[in-house]
Write a protein that binds this ligand. Structure first.
Ligand SMILES: Nc1ncnc2c1ncn2[C@@H]1O[C@H](COP(=O)(O)OP(=O)(O)OP(=O)(O)O)[C@@H](O)[C@H]1O
Length: 601
């Protein structure tokens, strides 16, 4: 056995015994052998950084050989390169190039490398200025590679994983080994296999030692069971940055359907706080300034991106909070009367849907763009129960019976006391509870449910706006989350993007509302409604018709129809479409409408 192999065996044995091997150079050992080993190690360790030089060398060698053996191949090489670059630019995301810039870089690299090798195949490696182009172009294209954040993070993780056997040895978990690792926005996570007899509890007990060995900040390491729940596996999450250190900008909607769980923001371990709202009601609580409205913005950003949800909203703070979403809200109530009418209509929808399901022999309403779920968002619920006390029985019925027919209530309030929540059972029907910071310990039980404070749900200790605890059927342990923050621009941008995809209520629900407005459905021309009589009834359809029938020759602008009826733009357009189909209204000019001549007053 050579001396080098003997030394390596010795070093391995020392490592097994928890000792660091030392390199001893003695006179007998040929120096070049050792230098080659060190060089080999360095090349391997820095292989990612050196990849551009590797590629350049491979291209030079490959080109030189091809020129000698297959010089006539150059047109094929060029063709293959062009197709490969195009495929990469179009479908590179399937190969893990998630960003457009990454795909374009990949395509540019393939095109340059392929173009160069085709040129060398045809003309030879010494043809001027091909060698200069290789070096210059290679260095230029290497810059983005060296600068790429995710690549650098991956290299760092690979090195930490490679060092794991030594770390495991020194913290008393010898024999555990890494199986896979991925880099994410906040850091990295890896799956580990444990040695015989070791348990996940052993690893949890070693978390501070792992943090020290990896050189992270305190609290950066989480140890979790793996998805398959195997007793001899664990997942290690390592955070490079504390996800809750700063406000977290909203990355955009996480859903396109109400049947998917909505991402409210990351938990401290950087996993997403995702929660399903379909067939559930939600309660959002917390003191003024704790971030409730921010939480509602995240919900609105996601709900408005769903083609199978119609959003109604009640905002008795004069629509201050929800007004920016008005273009996506099918119906927005900002006065107690409008709120009462809205809830009455929601109950009518609920009952009609229940009857329709019974007729069809179906148990639940499956939301789709043609039969959307109805989500009613109520900002500051206490104001509703103060100013519209008669609505309590409607909200109660919706809370108790809304689930099967996909009519959902989401209520925000500072303190959901029995008084603030009205007399009914609304609070007890809320399956999703989000608690932002509360003032007093006893408020925890008010928002999250009896006994939650003692079970460790300490919402009174949340220390920054937007931080929350989430209780839902799939979230039964207290974990701190931080809601994404939507700036005013993000709200305006999302509202204008989602405005065009908003669905309207289905036929069953619309008919139910119209029937609930008994006596004030759209009148025929023979029984016209005047603006005065219609206003007295506060019925949007009737007001709309009265405004159209009394419109001047140049028509009434849609903006006036919105203000007059108190309804949303989509609602107005839907009605105008229906009336136009029945030849009852005409569009005089862009955005101006009036009743058809024979119906006008
Ligand atoms: N997720 C968040 N991340 C960071 N900062 C936030 C977050 N949510 C809210 N804030 C900050 O806290 C301030 C108050 O938030 P917000 O208006 O949402 O509170 P609120 O609980 O709705 O208060 P109120 O009941 O008075 O309306 C905001 O102006 C914002 O600067």
């Amino acid at each position: 056995m050579s001396r080098t192999r003997q030394m390596r065996r010795h070093a391995r044995k020392m490592r097994r015994n928890g000792l660091q091997p030392m390199v001893v150079i003695n006179g007998d050992e040929p120096f070049p052998d050792l230098a080659a080993v060190v060089l080999g190690r360095l090349l391997w360790r820095y292989r990612s950084e050196l990849a551009p030089f590797n590629l350049m060398a491979t291209l030079a060698l490959g080109g030189a050989v091809l020129h000698i053996t297959h010089a006539w191949w150059w047109p094929y090489l060029l063709g293959v390169t062009t197709v490969a670059a195009w495929l990469l630019a179009m479908f590179g995301d399937r190969l893990g190039l998630a960003l457009r810039s990454e795909r374009l870089y990949g395509a540019a690299l393939v095109m340059s490398a392929g173009g160069w090798i085709a040129a060398v195949t045809a003309l030879g490696i010494a043809f001027q200025p091909l060698p200069q182009v290789l070096v210059g172009g290679g260095l230029l294209l290497a810059m983005p590679w060296w600068a790429h954040r995710r690549r650098r993070a991956k290299v760092r993780v690979d090195r930490q994983i490679a060092a794991w056997p030594e770390i495991a040895q020194s913290i008393g978990l010898p024999g555990s080994r890494a199986q896979s690792a991925v880099v994410d926005v906040w850091g990295w996570r890896a799956r580990f296999a444990l040695a015989r007899g070791q348990t996940i509890q052993d690893v949890v007990a070693k978390v501070p030692a792992i943090e020290s060995a990896l050189g992270t900040f305190r609290g950066a390491v989480r140890v979790l069971p793996t998805r398959d729940d195997k007793a001899n596996r664990f997942e290690l999450r390592v955070l490079d940055t504390d996800p809750h250190a700063d406000a977290i900008p909203w990355p955009g909607p996480s859903v396109s359907s109400i049947s998917e769980p909505i991402d409210l923001g990351p938990f401290e371990d950087a996993t997403s706080a995702r929660v399903l709202l379909l067939r559930r009601h939600g309660l959002i609580g917390g003191v003024a300034g704790s971030g409730k409205s921010g939480g509602i913005n995240v919900l609105m950003g996601n709900l408005s991106a769903c083609r199978d949800v119609v959003i109604w909203a009640i905002d008795l703070k004069r629509g201050m909070e929800l007004q920016p979403w008005a273009s996506c809200i099918d119906r927005l109530a900002t006065t107690p009367e409008q709120a009462r009418a809205l809830l009455r209509d929601a109950l009518a929808v609920l009952e009609a849907r229940a009857a329709s399901l019974a007729t069809l022999g179906r148990r639940v309403w499956e939301p789709s763009p043609d039969a959307p779920a109805l989500v009613i968002v109520i900002d500051e619920y206490a104001e509703l129960s103060d100013d519209a006390t008669e609505s309590a029985s409607d909200t109660d019925s919706i809370a108790r019976r809304g689930r099967a027919v996909a009519v959902t209530l989401v209520a925000a309030t500072q303190r959901p006391t029995q008084k603030a929540m009205g007399k009914g059972a609304v609070r007890s029907q809320m399956d999703v509870r989000v608690s932002f910071r509360v003032r007093e310990r006893k408020d925890v039980d008010l928002i999250l449910g009896q006994g939650m404070l003692n079970a460790g749900w300490h919402a009174h200790t949340l220390n920054a706006p937007g931080k929350f605890l989430l209780s839902a059927p799939e979230h039964d342990v207290p974990r701190r989350g931080r809601a994404y923050l939507l700036t005013d621009e993000a709200v305006a941008d999302a509202a204008s993007r989602h405005h065009g995809i908003r669905p309207v209520l289905d036929e069953v629900s619309r008919t139910a509302i119209e029937e609930a407005h008994a006596g004030v459905q759209l009148r025929t021309a023979s029984e016209p409604v005047t603006a005065e009589t219609a206003e007295g009834t506060n019925r949007p359809d009737a007001v709309l018709w009265a405004m159209l029938a009394g419109a001047p020759d140049e028509g009434t602008p849609v903006s006036h129809l919105i203000t007059g009826t108190g309804m949303s733009r989509p609602w107005i357009y839907q009605r105008l479409r229906e009336l136009a189909e029945a030849d009852r209204v005409t569009q005089v000019s862009r955005g101006r409408w009036r009743a058809a001549a024979e119906h006008a007053e």
